[in-house]
Design a protein around this ligand. Structure first.
Ligand code: AMP
Ligand code: MG
Length: 520
């Protein structure tokens, strides 16, 4: 197995001088050297096609070397694994140092001009493990592996997942924090991204007033991740914030488009590249609902609910701005960028929604019409994915009565539509039909365009759970079936139609399907 290794983060940024794994506060450093824990009986259970992008072959991925490297059993020669030091705001409160408590960066690989940092999740303790064990369980690893790849194929900026391994060890977890702890199979995912730097990497240095290391980290970030920024400019700190804010905004518009709810948008889970990172208690909207969050740990405040994700992204960017302000103490440029976020977000959001509706982009998008749709979608439980997909079947010549029937598959219980709700829908469809007629687009062209932004298949919460239930019994077939399905989420895939269905009733209250906790 030949990888073109090209480490930069660990070569160019300051290291913690201590190499023991003991938990500690780490100062004046961006990372600590660590060694992955040796798994007792590693087994590779799935590999994604990302291997090709790393320059690996099919023979490589079935080799002993691949298994040893990506389960943490053996450190590749010439590499120096490390855990990153970062802090973060958790649920709105500054939490101090957090860091890679169970993520271990193996190396950076260059292939066809693309840089990939490869990182194991669940590979054992680091100085940042605090009171936890550094491990990950099979259920959450399956969820991370499948969802990272599904998001990538949906066109959502995300970290990727190369492989999923069983460690052969048992991990003690209290899944719902209710006193019912049990042993679960341990697993290790190898995830990949151009970089795993988070907002929190900057925050921890700023919180300690460590301007020197903070400048080094900013300059590293510009050099490798934002090379278009002038590294010699004294205003590069606010320019970086602007670039990060644009990427973050783009990511959130995509989340809203596909109905993805991250669940734990703490600042340590915000990538400096605007990638979706740290797949924990995330979920997909089934019934469209602005107030929904999958994360039971956030049940009270619902801070990270679907409809609040854009506001939280801005809140998090504010925290990043506070960190960078230390190096460029002028409020105005930072404030301008943050002020712009809201207006730009709304503009992009409404444009994206008009695309979902298959409408021609006019100069002024009809925001009231889209706001009314959001309200209608909550009148009775309505499946988001199915609604938008079915919408492309509507013809400009239809009557509003026909249109409601055409999207009826999206309603969980159509009989719950009372007179008021039916009238609201009829009014909305009347307006929609008027717009379609005014646009006068070719039906085929419109449908094709709608199918490119409205996925037919997403990783519904219960689907991941079915794959988990089977895997816990030793059957890994469904992992691959879902992986294959979600490689083409916009395609019709007639043999896979069974996955184009609303959440079954049994999944409504099942743990893992609609309720997840941070425990993984
Ligand atoms: P998360 O909410 O998963 O993003 O994690 C928040 C912080 O807790 C990060 O610093 C993680 O590295 C750390 N963490 C989460 N789970 C574990 C674990 N099992 N062992 C060690 N650290 C963990
Ligand atoms: Mg995290």
């Amino acid at each position: 197995m030949q990888l073109h290794i090209d480490d930069t983060f660990s070569k160019e940024l300051p290291a913690d001088p201590i190499t023991a794994h003991t938990r500690r506060q780490v100062f004046k450093a961006c990372y600590s050297l660590v060694k992955p824990r040796i798994p007792s009986q590693p087994q590779v259970i799935h590999v994604s096609e990302l291997y090709k992008e790393l320059g690996l072959s099919e023979t490589d991925i079935s080799s002993e070397a691949f298994k040893a490297t990506f389960s943490g059993a053996k450190v590749l020669e010439g590499t120096t694994p490390y855990a990153m030091c970062y802090g973060g705001h958790q649920f709105g409160h500054w939490a101090g140092q957090l860091g890679d408590g169970r993520a271990i960066n193996l190396m950076e690989v260059l292939h066809q001009d693309q840089r990939w940092a490869l990182q194991l999740k669940g590979a054992g303790e680091t100085p940042y493990s605090r009171s936890a064990d550094g491990l990950a369980v099979l259920r959450s690893s399956i969820r991370e592996h499948l969802c990272s790849e599904a998001m990538y194929h949906l066109g959502v900026p995300t970290t990727r997942s190369l492989s999923l391994c069983l460690s052969g060890d048992q991990v003690w977890r209290d899944m719902m924090y209710d006193g019912n702890a049990a042993y679960e199979p341990g697993a290790i995912v190898c995830r990949a991204a151009p970089s795993f730097i988070r907002f929190g990497n900057f925050q921890i240095l700023a919180s300690r007033g460590d301007k020197e290391t903070l400048t080094q980290l900013v300059d590293y970030t510009i050099k490798y991740l934002y090379p278009e920024i002038d590294i010699d400019s004294p205003s590069r700190f606010s320019t970086l914030l602007k670039a990060v804010s644009e990427k973050t905004l783009d990511m959130i518009v995509h989340w809203q488009r596909v109905g993805f709810v991250h669940g734990v948008m703490n600042t340590d889970n915000m990538s400096i590249l605007g990638l979706t990172i740290d797949y924990g208690p995330y979920g997909w909207l089934e019934g469209y609902e602005h107030g929904w969050t999958p994360n039971t740990t956030d049940r009270q405040n619902k801070r990270y609910r679907y409809g609040h994700q854009p506001a939280i992204a801005l809140w998090n960017l504010n925290q990043l701005a506070n960190a960078l302000y230390l190096l460029q103490p002028e409020a105005t440029p930072f404030q301008e960028i943050l002020k712009n976020f809201q207006a730009t977000y709304l503009k992009k959001y409404y444009e994206m929604m008009s695309q979902k509706l298959g409408l021609v982009q006019h100069k002024d998008v009809d925001r009231d019409f889209i706001n009314q749709l959001e309200k209608n979608l909550e009148l009775v439980e309505t499946d988001m994915t199915i609604f938008f997909r079915e919408l492309s079947k509507i013809l400009p010549s239809d009557t509003s009565k026909v249109t409601i029937n055409k999207i009826s598959l999206a309603f969980y219980d159509q009989s719950k539509l009372d007179d008021t709700a039916s009238t609201l829908w009829q009014e909305w469809f009347d307006a929609y039909l008027k717009k379609l007629n005014a646009d006068n687009q070719d039906q085929r062209t419109r449908q094709t365009a709608m199918h490119k932004v409205n996925p037919k298949y997403v990783l519904r919460n219960y689907m991941a759970q079915l794959a988990i239930d089977a895997a816990e019994k030793g059957n890994y077939n469904l992992i691959d079936e879902l992986y294959q399905l979600l490689k083409n989420p916009y395609a019709e895939q007639p043999d896979m139609e069974k996955w184009y269905a609303k959440r079954p009733e049994w999944a409504r209250t099942k743990v893992g399907c609609s309720m997840l906790s941070c425990s993984s």
